[in-house]
Design a protein. Structure first.
Length: 90
């Protein structure tokens, strides 16, 4: 299962987007920790429907990953900023 972290600069909001489940959920510490976990479980989060819209509709993709793979960082600088915002000094 593929998941994406996207950043919407206008709304100053980050979302976890899981197209396979047609869901997006606002990122907080718990969501970010799950995204970077060794074995993430993206099925445990409920959220808003994507209504068939592509991932890019929800913001700038900063990272992606599959449940079996590593995090693939698309925008290193923004990833570091958002990690610090959600996880602090971890």
């Amino acid at each position: 299962m593929q998941a994406f972290i996207v950043h919407d600069a206008k709304k100053q909001q980050d979302l976890l987007v899981v197209p396979e489940r047609d869901r997006s959920v606002a990122v907080d510490r718990v969501i970010m920790e799950e995204f970077i976990a060794v074995k993430p479980d993206f099925t445990r989060f409920e959220g808003a429907s994507l209504n068939g819209l592509p991932v890019e509709t929800f913001g700038h993709i900063i990272a992606s990953r599959s449940t079996e793979g590593d995090v693939c960082i698309v925008d290193e600088m923004l990833w570091q900023q958002r990690m610090a915002a959600h996880l602090g000094g971890l």
